[in-house]
Design a protein around this ligand. Structure first.
Ligand code: GPV
Length: 839
């Protein structure tokens, strides 16, 4: 409220509203108010969580005006909107990010200080929403941040899992999974919107019947109906007024089932039905890069997709946009094939429920969807057994058959007399048990198909989707991934930011290419000294954390050599272990050897059912137990497994890295995004020519990147000529000794059985070619060790890495999507005091 200026001489007095004001005084008052009226506590008895909640509500209040203004502006303009459909959104903690994006981090920090509280401790209190497995889910979260920052009207649609990715504990070196109860203390960031609930049908059968006009129609008679309730979370852009929405669906039983059961006296049956319905949004499937083929997973997919499409139609109705204009109002981005049943579901809605002719509905559908592929791994390409699919979605299966029939006619026309091509491209795999091929369905139903790094897109065109590339070359395009510098630099690395800002200002936060300006300072010895000191301070923080959580002492002057990502054989954490064992063996052979001290840090979860990945975690811990205690090592090597790698923890660890391990088998990692987060925080990469590594190396310069290993072509060629891992083992004594030590039980208290499955994999077929890459990896690591000894050279490389990483902002990725095929424009949001209420 502004008091009116009655005369020129009266100074303007501003009274800040408790729910919007940003001054330290107002923030303190609002915080006390929320503690009292929302948490129902006075300071003397409040827990740390109460303080966190009071602060979270204080920040949420300040978001709400932006959120409502944004929604109001979008609905008034009926703006073209991106709907980002994803089974995963790995959001991470919200409080710190919202403080950064609102631009009130410092004020809130001071307000808390004046109240005798520590903001950093309150930030630690937040249970993060871990509604994703790894890169794919985190990419979705980075994209929401960039969409809001670039003021693009957009909605994220997904599932409000009651249990997100499990918490990881380590017992006796093994991973143990603990359920993630992220909602138990309440979630201050979401608002339920029960008035926008929708119903979703499942199971049953279809019937052909005449309608009231005597026209024959297909009716789907389901045997289950569930209700989806939307929960909305605001997504604030960085220093803009835009606050978009992440809308996650929670499954509940429909009321009608309760009534029905109560009438028939089947009380327990009704309660059971409730449990079955609620199961749908109960838990995130904890697999990364592997398809599960479970009925409940398909139920999750149709559930959130159907809710989301109906929600879009409700929005169109409310904005009076006719259904024919669906592709003008929305572009639906499919984050991998997990939401690809949206294609037959939109067809079903248009044809069955809105009586649209097939051709017209198909025209709309084809123009509405765009598909991002995130993997080349065959085991991650979703296919649903026809039986299972038809049982859950009988009508969708019929629709897919019809899409396929018409599609194969098209193929036949473009490539006459090529029956093998028809067999290869059919949406139904008929080579054995019959399956629906979801990636192919996504290709046929979308107007754009993109990979997530240049190499990955090329391999899609050449290999996995080659036939579709020949059929629809114009659909294919590349969108190299990016990460948000707000969370992964500003929030997570304040020391780096202060140093950057002191030299080049803070424009880089919105335009990451501005980091280029750092190159001007690389020859400044004082700047390099500051850089080095900064890194040391960060490493000291992490060393303290390691001491506190594992009781291991690490030397901050040693090289922090970090591999933090999901555990998967293709990512080759065990190649890293072979390097550690090799260094250890060198020390054992010659204890006085002059070696560069290293601290090896690992973090990451394995899918609970992925035995070999869990065995690799056990191996790391077993090797650590020996290496860390052996007096011959004299603390020159330390191996630390840090448990429960999640977003919160990632933010802590990335800034401390000297060396970033990106060592997947060439052609297997679609892009990688951790590689970008490390390099943006000044780590040098040791990596293969895989995924986005290729482009990172191009940007930072070959002389600032440690390259090793076979290229994709060499991997293919070697496979073809008959790869014999055994020969590499026989020929390379260091490799042989490293593997023999694992096999003999040296790291397992003399038990040769423990790691036998792993050794057998390596010496048997070694699918991911560790043995073929071992020598190149070790020699390159030796060059890394050499380079680190010249610390001044290392610091130059570190600075140049940061300076040249501008391309890898998710802002750049999102701009590319917008300009290339989303065709959406930014919408500026003006902050009004009150949103006009209309009847
Ligand atoms: I498919 N990715 C993932 O995290 N989980 C999955 O189930 C699938 C892919 C990842 C890729 O492995 C990364 O290379 C990529 O950077 C990321 O998706 C985002 O595109």
């Amino acid at each position: 409220q502004t008091l009116p200026n009655s005369s020129e001489t009266v100074t303007e007095v501003r009274v800040e509203d408790d729910r919007t004001g940003l001054s330290v005084e107002t923030l303190k008052r609002a915080f006390a108010d929320n503690l009292f009226y929302i948490q129902g506590k006075f300071p003397q008895i409040a827990s740390k969580n109460d303080f966190y909640m009071a602060l979270a509500y204080t920040v949420r209040d300040r978001l709400l005006r932006r959120w409502l203004n944004t929604a109001e502006t979008y609905s008034r303009n009926a703006s073209r909107t991106v709907a980002y459909l994803s089974a995963e959104f790995l959001m991470g903690p919200q409080l710190g990010n919202n403080l950064i994006n609102l631009g009130i981090y410092d004020q809130v920090n001071q307000a808390m200080q004046e109240l005798g509280l520590d903001l950093r401790e309150l930030l630690e209190e937040e249970e993060e929403p871990g509604l994703g497995n790894g890169g794919l889910g985190r990419l979705a979260a980075c994209y929401l941040d960039s969409l809001a920052t670039l003021e693009i009207p957009s909605l994220g649609y997904g599932i409000r899992y009651e249990f997100g990715i499990f918490d990881q504990d380590i017992k006796d070196g093994w991973q143990v999974e603990i359920t993630d109860k992220w909602l138990s203390a309440g979630n201050p960031w979401e608002l339920p919107r029960p008035e926008w609930s929708v119903e979703v049908k499942l199971g049953g059968h279809t019937e052909k019947r005449a309608d009231e006009h005597g026209n024959f129609k297909i009716y789907w008679v389901p045997n289950q109906v569930v209700k989806g309730i939307p929960y909305d979370t605001p997504i604030l852009g960085y220093k803009t007024n835009t606050a978009n929405t992440l809308r996650l669906w929670k499954a509940e039983a429909v009321e009608s089932f309760d009534f029905y059961a109560f009438d028939s006296g089947d009380y327990l049956g009704a309660v059971h039905q409730k449990t079955v319905s609620e199961n749908i949004s109960k838990v995130l499937y904890p697999n990364d890069n592997s398809a599960q083929g479970k009925e409940l997973r398909l139920a999750q997919q149709i559930f959130f997709v159907s809710c989301s499409l109906k929600d879009m139609m409700r929005i169109m109705e409310q904005q009076k946009v006719p259904l024919e204009q669906f592709p003008e109002k929305f572009v639906i981005q499919l984050n991998d094939t997990h939401p690809s049943v949206a294609i037959p579901e939109l067809m079903r809605l248009l044809v069955d429920e809105y009586d649209m002719p097939w051709e017209k509905a198909w025209g709309i559908t084809k123009q509405s969807f765009a598909y991002t592929n995130h993997t080349l791994l065959p085991e991650a390409l979703e296919r649903w057994p026809i039986g299972l699919f038809g049982k859950m979605l009988p009508r969708h299966l019929e629709i897919i058959y019809e899409i396929n029939k018409r599609f194969l006619d098209e193929v036949r026309m473009k490539f006459p007399d090529d029956t093998d091509r028809l067999r290869r491209m059919s949406l139904i795999d008929e080579s054995g048990e019959r399956y629906v091929r979801m990636a192919f369905l996504a290709c046929v139903g979308s107007y754009s198909i993109n990979g997530v790094a240049a190499l990955h897109t090329e391999l899609l065109k050449k290999d996995v989707l080659h036939d579709f590339y020949e059929m629809y070359p114009e659909k294919f395009n590349n969108k190299t991934n990016g990460v948000t510098p707000r969370r992964f630099m500003v929030l997570s690395n304040p020391r780096l930011c202060r140093l950057l800002n002191s030299k080049i200002g803070d424009e880089w936060i919105k335009n990451l290419y501005e980091l280029k300006k750092l190159e001007a300072f690389v020859e400044d010895p004082e700047f390099r000294r500051q850089w080095r000191e900064m890194k040391l301070e960060i490493k000291q923080d992490v060393a303290d954390y390691i001491k506190k959580t594992t009781d291991i002492d690490v030397n901050v002057n040693s090289m922090f050599d970090i591999q933090a990502k999901r555990f998967h054989e293709y990512k080759r954490q065990h190649l890293n272990v072979l390097h550690i064992i090799t260094l250890y063996n060198r020390i054992k052979a010659n204890p006085d050897i002059d070696i560069t001290p290293r601290t090896f840090l690992f973090g990451g979860k394995a899918a609970p059912g992925y035995y070999i990945a869990k065995l690799i975690i056990k191996l790391i811990n077993s090797v650590g137990d020996i290496v860390n205690r052996d007096p011959d090592v004299r603390d020159r090597l330390k191996v630390v497994f840090l448990k429960d790698f999640n977003v919160k923890f990632a933010q802590r660890i990335y800034p401390s890295a000297d060396l970033s391990e990106q060592i997947s088998t060439a052609g297997k990692e679609a892009s990688g995004t951790g590689n970008m987060k490390f390099a943006l925080n000044g780590a040098i990469t040791i990596g293969t020519l895989d995924g986005a590594n290729v482009e990172i190396r191009e940007e930072v310069g070959a002389e600032n990147f440690f390259l090793f290993g076979l290229t994709t072509e060499e991997v293919y060629a070697l496979k073809k000529e008959g790869y014999q891992p055994w020969e590499y083992y026989q020929k390379d004594p260091e490799l042989k000794l490293a593997i023999d030590r694992i096999a003999s039980g040296f790291f397992s208290h003399g038990d040769p059985k423990l790691f036998k499955p792993l050794v057998d994999h390596l010496l048997g077929n070694d699918q991911y070619m560790l043995l073929a890459d071992y020598r190149s990896y070790i020699d390159t690591q030796d060059r890394v060790s050499e380079a680190y000894r010249d610390i001044d050279r290392w610091v130059r490389m570190s600075i140049l890495n940061v300076a040249r990483m501008g391309k890898f902002s998710s802002d750049r990725s999102i701009r590319d999507y917008c300009e290339d095929f989303w065709k959406v424009q930014p919408v500026n949001i003006e902050l009004k005091e009150y949103v006009q209420a209309t009847a």
